[in-house]
Design a protein around this ligand. Structure first.
Ligand code: F6P
Length: 550
């Protein structure tokens, strides 16, 4: 279905049917849903590649799922999905194809953008990255003074940082342990300072990651890194070639910066920033884990792409996850969604998902530019689970808000842990399972009383339960499993954007702040008059200058 011919979402009969169904469901409790259907846990489970997904602890019945499926059909999710995979320009405001799926397609695939098969170009950049990564890893690539590279510093922000930084942490067990990898994103000079203060410039490689190569944070940090390097080496501009490579779509700007375009790894405007880490943007990660593991990760992504493209709606995991999010966000008033990995290695996973989800679906006009009358993307948040248990889980269990959550866990630890630490893994996972159980089923006042608790404490010790969660379980966090997990969330976000009829692939909302920052900066540095500065901001600028003694 094309977007123009679409009825407004809130006027669709499928939407109204879901509203009515929500009313009928009333205050149904998960305890009741499980009591009514002994097969529920088995029936509401999916296997996608290596991912086992349990969605039985959701406030849904077969009827809910049927109605959500009808909504997906009526809103043309499948059609938009086909259009994306075919390379149509579904990013309408930027008139671009959305082809991150081509980055992980097999070399034999034919995927066209503007009539050109993009797969050979993707493969040729991957090969070039592999050759370079191997040279750095083996010590074949030498710095300006002939020393081997020991530390790689990735400089980028947003999609040019979060993906590689997250995946580097996630796949630590697979990394080259004799090398160090650091990720600098913040324009706060402290970030670069802390990253390089103990490094030897002769053994440091900077990877400048920027799709546009105009992002102020990245370009500023790259210039400072170049100064640090040339000062440290007491060398001229020619030293840059051995210590700087660029990942970008903008060869002109890369050359202007002084990086030889032979040392540039390209990608294309049909790769969105937050969908880019399978592209050249993954170079730092590839150096860390090696080209073979990188390819395994791409195969994991591709596996879920194929699942999303071909699995029937009732067994389609990203479709289901997207629709469940819509169920809570649009029919229960849930404002946020927690992602709670029970893995230290996934410490940056939720931060990565924040950009993926919130930059994609934080929109308030539909694809035709009309204001939406329905809630769109949720606030995504979370940290590794056990730490969260001792921080904010109180609110999840006994607070007043509905916060659907995803638990992610693994049967086996991947790193070569000492036996005592391996044993800790059962404790970690026991926590995951216990939290899912407690959130869903809670503890009734009767159960509390039966423990002999004084009556006045019963309300305090009662857990209402009924908090919906998905549990995603895999054997271990391998490169392929990481790829599968990320693709699962990418397509979930896609499904939601398709139903809400918004453009999930632009990000105009980040522009205004960038423009204003450029305007305000001279006021801070030179005390320049900034026309149109509001009274509050003008006051803050004046206070800042006073505190800086200007
Ligand atoms: O935050 C806006 C944004 O454009 C993101 O979408 C992107 O990932 C990030 O900035 C970095 O952009 P670039 O890779 O062009 O430096």
């Amino acid at each position: 279905m094309n977007a123009e011919s679409r009825r407004r979402l809130d006027q669709m009969p499928e939407w109204t049917a879901l509203s009515k169904h929500r009313e009928q469901l009333g205050e149904v409790h998960l305890r009741e849903l499980f009591d009514r259907d002994p097969d529920r846990a088995g029936r509401y489970t999916l296997q996608v590649g290596d991912l086992h997904l349990d969605y039985s602890k959701h406030l849904v019945t077969d009827e809910t799922l049927r109605l959500l499926g009808e909504l997906a059909e009526a809103t043309g999710v499948a059609g938009l999905r086909e259009a994306m995979f075919r390379g149509e320009k579904i990013n309408i405001t930027e008139r671009r194809s959305v082809l991150h799926t081509a980055l992980r397609a097999p070399g034999s695939a034919v995927i066209k953008s503007d009539g050109e098969n993009v797969v050979p170009r993707v493969q040729s950049v991957l090969t070039k990255m592999g050759t370079f990564a191997d040279r750095v890893r083996s010590g074949g690539w030498k710095g300006h003074t002939g020393r081997r590279i020991k530390t790689v510093v990735n400089i980028g922000i947003g999609g040019s940082d979060l993906g590689p930084a997250m995946a580097y942490e996630a796949l630590r067990a697979y990394t080259h342990r004799d090398m160090q990898f650091r990720f600098v994103s913040n324009v706060d000079g402290a970030d670069l300072h802390e990253a390089v203060r103990d490094l030897d410039p002769a053994e440091t490689l900077f990877v400048i990651a920027s799709k546009t190569f105009t992002t102020i944070e990245t370009v500023t940090n790259a210039v400072s890194a170049r100064d640090w390097l040339l000062t440290g080496l007491d060398a001229g501009q020619d030293a840059v070639a051995k210590h700087f490579v660029a990942l970008s779509t903008n060869a002109g700007k890369v050359a202007e910066f002084g990086i030889n375009t032979d040392n540039m790894f390209e990608f294309w405007d049909w790769v969105g920033g937050r969908y880019s880490f399978d592209s050249a943007i993954g170079l730092s990660l590839m150096i860390a884990i090696g080209p073979e593991h990188f390819r395994e990760m791409l195969a994991g992504f591709h596996l879920v792409d194929e699942h999303f493209r071909t699995a029937p709606p009732q067994a389609n995991a990203p479709l289901l996850m997207g629709l469940l999010g819509i169920w809570y966000g649009n029919f229960f008033g849930a404002q946020s969604h927690a992602v709670l990995p029970y893995s230290h290695y996934l410490s940056r996973f939720t931060a990565y998902l924040q950009q993926l989800d919130m930059e994609s679906n934080g929109k308030s006009v539909d694809r035709d530019g009309n204001p939406v009358n329905w809630e769109t993307g949720p606030v995504v948040w979370g940290t590794p689970g056990t730490n969260g248990q001792h921080a904010y889980y109180q609110l999840l269990h006994q607070g007043t808000k509905m916060i659907p959550a995803d638990f992610i866990g693994f049967a086996e630890p991947v790193a070569d842990l000492q036996p005592g630490l391996v044993a800790q893994h059962d404790l970690l996972m026991a926590n995951l399972f216990a939290q899912g159980q407690a959130l869903a089923f809670g503890k009734t006042p009767e159960e509390v009383r039966a423990e002999g608790v004084a009556e006045e404490l019963v309300p305090h010790k009662t857990f209402q339960g009924n908090h919906p969660t998905t549990t995603i379980l895999a054997k271990e966090l391998s490169p392929s499993v990481l790829g599968q997990l990320i693709a699962l969330y990418e397509h979930k976000v896609f499904v939601q954007g398709a139903v809400w009829n918004i453009d999930s692939f632009d990000q105009w909302g980040v522009e205004l702040g960038k423009v204003l920052a450029k305007r305000v900066e001279p006021a801070l540095t030179e005390g320049a008059d900034v026309p149109g500065l509001d009274a509050s901001t003008a006051g803050l600028v004046a206070k800042y200058r006073e505190l800086r003694g200007r």
